[in-house]
Design a binder for this molecule. Structure first.
Ligand code: ZN
Length: 442
């Protein structure tokens, strides 16, 4: 069965909805989970026993399952009758994006302005956060330990830029921003800074009684929705493409494979692993450098009656495609890119190579990706950094090293990476999703 053309422009329309509905990693995994549920996947709790026959908690039989922890999700589909040592085919991605996050004592202000104290998460292009209407979203933790998502998706905050009349050098010397002093958003007027104000406001927004929230993980987002752009609408502008574009494509690919006509005969166990905290190094209980993926996959083998030997065989035969955004050649800064490797927006997914293991791809991984793209009838392009420029990295090398799983780094080439509003070609997201389907099908 040909997998070509499984997804088309409708996939990009759907991506725009996914981006708009996912202002935080917690929202992103909730939205991914909702799509998985619709495709017949069921949630299993990490604190339950997984090997208990057909109970709701079980991961013993065939079918789709997922684990959701904080801002991370791991989902997998077991074909009917798959042996415990069946190797995994994993699409890896990350759910977090650089932004401004609320500090523990958020209520502040000066000179008649009420402000919210923020910390900087990851490495945003800080200028891109100025003069945007910002909403606030994230996770509230309640007295009983449960959590509630909150999303104030309307203009609430703004980081106002200094007027040019008060900063004439900005046009000649560039914008200089002090991370502590210059990025605190305003959200009202008044001199009476009251501790607890912001959280009380969010309790109201979430329909919770006052004093119910005892913990929070809150972040700002631009409320401007994603949009097609350009004369022929060939481009798409939007927030958090790095890396919700891959989370969305991976979710679409896994659900397509699990509900497709060939689902019963898959030679591999297809997996989606979307981690949090990539933007600050992946070292957390929900990051790629933690045990989450390994533990979940291992338990899934044991739940199906497998031995340690079966687990070792399933891991040894596994391949992970780590999908994250990369850099398309910028028309105004072409000299920053490698002179002969020029990924173009709209040219299909990129294969990312770095011989010093900033990316995990090697020749054998390239061959796996080339086969998937050929099967899906999708073109792909090669990315390598200019030798004089530092190379970025992603979850690929971490996944390879942490779990001993052969890994290939790929992704979609965009402009303005880490801006509050990034830019890609409108066809690259569905070309990626089509290639991921072919990869997961094996
Ligand atoms: Zn990324």
């Amino acid at each position: 069965m040909s997998t070509s053309q499984r997804f088309d422009r409708g996939h990009t329309d759907d991506l725009m909805s996914f981006l708009a509905a996912s202002p935080s990693p917690y929202h992103a995994v909730a939205n991914a989970a909702e799509r998985l549920e619709k495709a017949g996947f069921r949630r299993v709790a990490e604190t339950d026993a997984w090997d208990t026959g057909t109970s709701a908690a079980s991961a013993a039989g065939s079918g789709g399952r997922y684990v959701l922890r904080g801002g991370a999700i791991v989902a997998w589909y077991v074909p009917e009758g798959a042996a415990p040592h069946t190797p995994f085919r994993i699409v890896g991605a990350h759910t977090d994006s650089p932004n401004l996050r609320v500090k523990p004592l958020p209520d502040t202000g000066a000179h008649g302005w009420r402000q919210v104290a923020v910390e900087i998460y990851g490495g945003p292009l800080m200028n891109s956060w100025l003069d945007r209407d910002l909403g606030l979203a994230g996770r509230l933790t309640l007295r009983d330990g449960s959590s509630r998502l909150v999303n104030v998706d309307r203009p609430l905050l703004r980081v106002p830029q200094l007027a040019i009349h008060l900063d004439r050098a900005v046009s000649t010397d560039g914008l200089k921003l002090d991370k502590q002093r210059h990025l605190q958003p305003v959200w009202g007027l008044g001199d009476d800074v009251r501790d607890g104000d912001l959280i009380a406001f969010l309790e109201q927004e979430a329909g919770l009684p006052a004093g119910e929230v005892t913990g929070w993980d809150l972040m700002t987002h631009s409320v401007e929705p994603p949009a097609y752009l350009g004369r022929d609408r060939e481009l798409m502008a939007g927030p958090r493409m790095d890396n919700l574009l891959s989370v969305h494509a991976g979710t679409a690919a896994l659900t397509a494979v699990a509900t497709g006509p060939g689902a019963a005969d898959l030679p591999y166990i297809p997996v989606l692993a979307a981690f949090d905290h990539e933007e600050n190094g992946s070292q957390s209980d929900t990051g790629a450098d933690g045990p989450l993926l390994g533990t979940v996959l291992e338990r899934s083998v044991f739940a199906r009656g497998g031995s340690y030997e079966d687990r070792a065989r399933a891991f040894a035969g596994a391949v992970c495609v780590s999908s994250d955004t990369g850099h398309a050649v910028h028309p105004n800064y072409a000299e920053r890119h490698d002179p002969t490797h020029h990924p173009r927006a709209g040219g299909g997914p990129i294969l990312k190579v770095n011989v010093n293991n900033r990316y995990a791809t090697d020749g054998s991984g390239r061959a796996v990706w080339a086969a998937a793209c050929e099967k899906a009838d999708v073109p792909f392009q090669s990315f390598v950094s200019n030798n004089s420029m530092p190379c970025g990295t992603t979850i690929g090398p971490i996944t390879a090293a942490r779990h001993g799983i052969r890994t290939v780094d790929i992704g979609v080439a965009i402009l303005s990476m880490h801006s509050a509003r990034e830019l890609c070609a409108a066809n690259d997201p569905f070309l990626l999703a089509n290639a991921l389907v072919a990869f997961l099908e094996g």
